[in-house]
Design a protein around this ligand. Structure first.
Ligand code: SAM
Length: 257
């Protein structure tokens, strides 16, 4: 890789981080949906250990912390997100029960069978749904739960434009029954799956980005990388509004056998 390319990549990384640091959520979701998924998890106690993988700045981790006993560790690859996560946790005086660490979900710095619950909203796609479920299983005790949200097809067929967009962005996108079967194959009892309501995208994810995008374009006026990045974000948003009957996020909850 040439130095020129390297600097572009570094800028991309910093740019994406800066952009998503200024919004509350880095993916679709809502406190109501976090609590709905949490309703399926049994037997949590003050001794329980919970991991939130790909936690971002931790909005859903805080919801989890407020509604569960036990210790929670949030893990994310981006140090900036973990800094904001730590600030949020301290503001709410949750630091005795919740901590954030920088790390990769593909190489977890934890012990085998350490957790009662592994949570991950809109993040398992980074290492793939099947690989993630398979890899994370060894960190769960027997009878422990995994709860992840993941983009999924609602129908067996869909228009070529949205089919091609998602197959390019995330080739592992699949229908809900296929995802449930993959969860079972990875060694979990599929306890529940449910579709996230549209407001998880529109109100909680896309709406807060509108102002951020305008500010970004002003700040990075004339910068092609920044302009392309915002154009991509806007394109993805438009596709969602056009094709939301065909795909969305789905929560999958499984219990380790
Ligand atoms: N869970 C948060 C939410 O719902 O708002 C964030 C979701 S965001 C779409 C995906 C997150 O995964 C980002 O915070 C990103 O930094 C993180 N991530 C990407 N690759 C990762 C990896 N290999 N290990 C840990 N986190 C990763």
């Amino acid at each position: 890789m040439s130095n020129e390319n390297k600097s572009i990549h570094e800028f991309d990384f910093n740019l994406i981080c800066e952009y998503f640091s200024s919004v509350e959520r880095q993916g679709p979701g809502s406190p109501e949906v976090t609590l709905k998924a949490l309703d399926f998890i049994e037997n949590l106690s003050v001794q329980s250990r919970i991991a939130d993988l790909g936690c971002g700045t931790g909005t859903q981790t805080i919801t989890l912390a407020r509604h569960t006993p036990g210790q929670i560790v949030g893990l994310d690859l981006f140090p900036n997100f973990i800094s904001i996560f730590e600030q949020n946790i301290q503001k709410l005086d949750l630091q005795d029960r919740v901590k954030g660490i920088v790390g990769s979900m593909d190489n977890l710095p934890f012990g085998k069978e350490e957790f009662d619950l592994i949570w991950s909203e809109g993040a398992i796609y980074n290492i793939g749904f099947q690989h993630g479920l398979h890899t994370w299983r060894e960190y769960l005790r027997k009878g422990g739960y995994v709860a992840v949200s993941e983009v999924s097809w609602f129908t067996n067929k869909r228009p070529a434009e949205i089919n091609d967009f998602w197959l390019d962005a995330y080739p592992e996108i699949d229908t809900i029954p296929n995802k449930v079967a993959q969860m079972q194959k990875a060694g979990y009892i599929p306890v529940a799956s449910f579709i996230l309501p549209e407001n998880c995208w529109t109100e909680h994810f896309y709406a807060p980005q509108v102002e951020i995008q305008d500010n970004f374009l002003k700040k990075y006026a004339g910068n092609k990388v920044a302009e392309d990045f915002i154009a991509n974000q806007r394109h993805e948003t438009q596709l969602y509004y056009k094709y939301k009957e065909f795909y969305g996020y789905v929560f999958y909850i499984g219990k380790k056998i």
